[in-house]
Design a protein around this ligand. Structure first.
Ligand code: SF4
Length: 445
């Protein structure tokens, strides 16, 4: 059971030295109790107290690492019910299921297609992380298929079998990839627990209900196994959704450690077509699936899920930004127009998209405004004329162009005079207010 702030305070040194970043030990204790601080921030906690505090400072939903390599991921570690309260930390992992009796050639063809599903957005590489291999009844084929995926692709693995011998063979063949073992059940919990523990692998736990999960996770915790992922067993949409909410609520609000683990959901077992599966997966990305498993990946199913995931798992208190600097749109030369705007990601993508659409090669200067859009940045004094002028000077665009004309957003028309003072020799032109008017504006120049 988690400790209260006062209970934690009693275990702290009570020197109020402030080294943890807050003025008093009591404030630190309160932050620790509410998951807003890390125990390591206080360097003076005794080993004895540290042991007692470890549970209190652990996240209510334990983070679990799966896999190796570039698609290694962490699931769980969440601390809030609602994204606006703080943020969601570890994006829902997206998996695709294959049967172990798939032909080698077909598997390699699928992996090549799936591997190509990678999309660059706002500086992130969006892609799925996992392939779930389901044992079709032949232990050798199960291990072989898993090994092929582990050795020939970047994907990490979920190994799905209720046959302990088949699972042992697959684990032996793929343990270097740190696969998730699926799943310990009431019938095999001792064997699967031992296998996960011996190989230091994450383990999924499946039961017929939330109530039936609790004794299983408690038993595994008793065996010293904490890297757990839980499956309440429901494959009916409404019940599966309610289970996700109930598990999150139990872990966060009731500090129920037996349910404080990331969850796995199977849209592929809840619908008869990929479109419906995708909609169910979208629901689990929003609430609160840590891993969601589909029956296939296609661009039209995967891309919207990746974009939804990107939006759900960004910090709502920190706007998405692009890096300050000079961006080339097309292949601009020394006579190409020079435009400037702010580093709010949405502004950048809309403006750069319109310039690209105009087919007029251009230089786009992006000024850091802490992620604010043009009008907001101007109102907040982060897109002031002298600042803009200084940035243009220091960014180096003057070395790239003969044409000393700077096109500023229409919404910032009032800063023309200040920029002119800061940038003698430049002509400052007020561009359109709205990005969709940029193509006509650029073509008319
Ligand atoms: Fe107290 Fe430790 Fe923070 Fe110092 S660093 S104020 S001892 S909690």
């Amino acid at each position: 059971m988690a400790l209260t702030g006062i209970q934690i305070f009693k275990l702290l040194p009570k020197t109020n030295c402030k080294e943890c970043g807050v003025p008093t030990c009591l404030a630190f204790a309160m932050n620790l109790a509410s998951g807003k601080a890390e125990l390591d921030a206080c360097p003076y906690v005794s080993d004895e107290a540290r042991e007692q505090l470890a549970e209190a400072s652990a996240p209510p939903i334990l983070p679990v690492q799966i896999g190796n390599g570039v698609r290694k991921l962490t699931v769980g570690g969440e601390t809030v019910m609602y994204r606006h309260e703080k943020t969601f930390y570890n994006p829902t992992a997206i998996a695709c299921k294959v049967s172990s009796d798939i032909k080698d050639k077909e598997l390699k063809a699928k992996l090549a297609i799936w591997n190509a599903f990678q999309y660059e957005r706002v500086g992130f590489n969006l892609r799925p992380e996992l392939v779930a291999v389901e044992d079709a009844g032949d232990a050798k084929a199960f291990a072989k298929t898993a090994k092929t995926i582990a050795e020939t692709s970047e994907f990490n693995l979920i190994l799905m079998s209720d046959n302990i011998d088949a699972m042992k063979a697959a684990v032996e063949a793929t343990s270097f990839k740190k696969p998730l073992i699926y799943a310990a059940t009431e019938a095999n919990v001792d064997d699967y627990g031992a296998l996960a523990k011996d190989n230091d692998l994450p383990l999924a736990v499946k039961a017929d209900s939330i109530d039936a999960l609790i004794p299983l996770t408690e038993k595994l915790l008793g065996m010293g196994i904490k890297k757990l992922v839980i499956d309440s067993g429901s494959r009916e949409i409404k019940q599966a959704f309610e289970d996700q909410v109930a598990i999150r609520r139990a872990a966060l609000k009731a500090a129920n450690r037996a349910l404080g683990f990331p969850t796995i959901a199977f849209p592929c077992e809840m619908a008869s077509n990929l479109g419906m599966e995708t909609m169910i997966a979208a629901m689990f990305i929003a609430k609160y699936g840590a891993i969601t498993v589909l029956s296939d990946f296609t661009t039209e199913s995967l891309f919207p899920l990746l974009i939804e995931r990107l939006n759900i798992f960004t910090d709502p208190q920190r706007p998405m930004t692009v890096t300050e600097g000079i961006y080339e749109i097309g292949t601009p030369d020394e006579n190409s127009p020079v435009l400037i705007t702010t580093n709010f990601a949405l502004t950048y993508f809309i403006v750069s998209g319109e310039i690209e659409g105009s087919k007029v090669p251009s230089w786009l200067l992006i000024k850091d405004t802490e992620g604010l859009s043009v009008l907001t940045a101007w109102a907040a004094g982060k897109f002031a004329g002298d600042d803009v002028g200084m940035f243009v000077k220091k960014c180096g665009i003057a070395d790239k162009v003969k044409n000393k004309e700077l096109i500023i957003p229409g919404y910032a028309a009032s800063i023309v005079g200040e920029i002119e003072e800061e940038l003698p020799g430049w002509t400052i032109t007020v561009g359109p207010r709205e990005a969709p008017h940029l193509p006509a504006f650029l073509k008319a120049k």
